[in-house]
Write a protein that binds this ligand. Structure first.
Ligand code: SF4
Length: 392
């Protein structure tokens, strides 16, 4: 099968190889990020004191801090390079977004990118002013809104309450540079085509609405992979304790073209009617139903957002397991969390829709991983509900 950027099963390798690799890297990230623990604990206290969000664990805060370093390394040069035309574009788009103007659907944001041949990783000691430029660039792009919600609080906290904010920033960026090397060593085999896609395919296609969406760099893929692993661990107990579970599948995994698929349209999502026995969406829907969960499929990311705001989920108490491709994966998990719902993430084995390929291909996912995440852990590692059930 053709895969344009990443594959969790390169050369047909078993998915377990990837799952083991990302688990090892998650352990390494948590260990190497330990030096930031006291500052992040203070930030966690500050967020909790504001009272508008539940306390985040140290591992969740480490994922956010690492994101700051990764985005500075991957986007900092683009965000701060002296260029009056691009600076004016950033200023205009930021102004529009702050006034609530809808995102451009004409490829205008593609002009925020530098040619791939000019890429330089962000230097190791950014100032707070340069980080502010990065946040503006991310806002202008329209592609990092979920991430920005996390980063703005951290930057504000560092700037307002930490005397050595730029020293802390440098520590975060050094850690992100170390992560780049660890990520390439551990996960580079799974993202081997990302750089080729950026260097040739993205520029060949010209400016499109999805150019920025498709321009994420290998370290961003690795951060999403390891972030999903760490957040799955952090959110697992809350997810399992939910009384209802919803699995959100991507419609690009359907065996039939959308005009032939007989799925029933529900509000913002599709309910499989099992018109094709070998369809992965049908098989997954039946499997999760046996585990007491419900499955729906969504076509667009915007449908996912509307589904989260739908009355069916408004009462809370629903654990949402989302299956999605790597770019933007953690952002989608944070969107679920922000809706007050515990989340779990499963990665598509590769990207295959029209954002990535002129001729889209059917995508695939590991049903075993979905079933594992829906199933309480063995004795000693389960949630309160599962432990009570075991005692009973
Ligand atoms: S089995 Fe379900 S998801 Fe697959 S093509 Fe048929 S109705 Fe659509």
């Amino acid at each position: 099968m053709t895969f344009p950027t990443y594959s969790l099963r390169p050369d047909g390798a078993p998915i377990q190889d990837y799952l083991s690799a990302v688990s090892r890297l998650a352990d390494e990230v948590l260990r190497t990020g330990e030096a930031l623990g006291p500052i992040l604990e203070a930030y966690g206290d500050f967020v909790e004191a504001l009272g508008n969000a539940p306390r985040r664990t140290r591992s969740e805060l480490l994922v956010e801090a690492l994101l700051l370093g990764v985005l500075w390394r991957t986007r900092g040069h683009e965000a701060t390079a002296a260029d009056p035309v691009r600076s004016a574009l950033v200023a205009r788009l930021v102004s529009e977004r702050r006034r609530g103007v809808r995102s451009h659907a004409d490829g205008a944001t593609a002009a925020l990118l530098l040619p791939e041949s000019s890429f330089r990783p962000g230097h190791l000691d950014p100032s707070l002013a340069q980080i502010a430029q990065l946040l503006d660039w991310l806002l202008a792009s329209g592609e990092y809104d979920d991430e920005l919600k996390r980063l703005e609080g951290l930057i504000w906290f560092l700037g307002a309450s930490h005397a050595s904010a730029e020293h802390v920033l440098a520590g975060i960026v050094h850690w992100a540079a170390e992560f780049e090397a660890m990520g390439e060593r551990t996960l580079g085999v799974y993202t081997a085509r990302v750089q080729r896609f950026l260097s040739s395919e993205l520029e060949r296609r010209g400016a499109r609405e999805d150019t920025l969406q498709c321009s994420r760099r290998p370290a961003e893929y690795h951060w999403n992979m390891v972030g999903a692993e760490i957040l799955n661990r952090a959110w697992r107990a809350d997810f399992l304790d939910c009384s209802r579970h919803l699995v959100v599948l991507p419609s690009c995994a359907r065996i039939r073209h959308e005009t032939d698929c007989r799925a029933l349209g529900q509000e913002h999502a599709l309910k499989c009617s099992h018109c094709a026995v070998r369809c992965p969406v049908s098989q997954a829907s039946r499997a999760v139903s046996r585990l007491g969960a419900e499955a729906l499929a969504v076509v667009h990311g915007s449908d996912f957002g509307r589904l989260l705001r739908s009355p069916a989920l408004a009462d809370g108490g629903v654990g949402v397991l989302g299956v999605a491709c790597v770019p933007g994966l953690v952002g989608a998990g944070w969107r679920v969390r922000a809706a007050g719902l515990p989340a779990q993430c499963v990665l598509l084995e590769s990207s295959g829709c029209a954002h990535w390929l002129d001729q889209p291909v059917q995508t695939s996912f590991d049903l075993g991983e979905i079933e594992r995440l829906l199933t309480p852990d063995p004795a000693g590692r389960g949630t309160l509900v599962s432990r009570i059930a075991q005692v009973a």
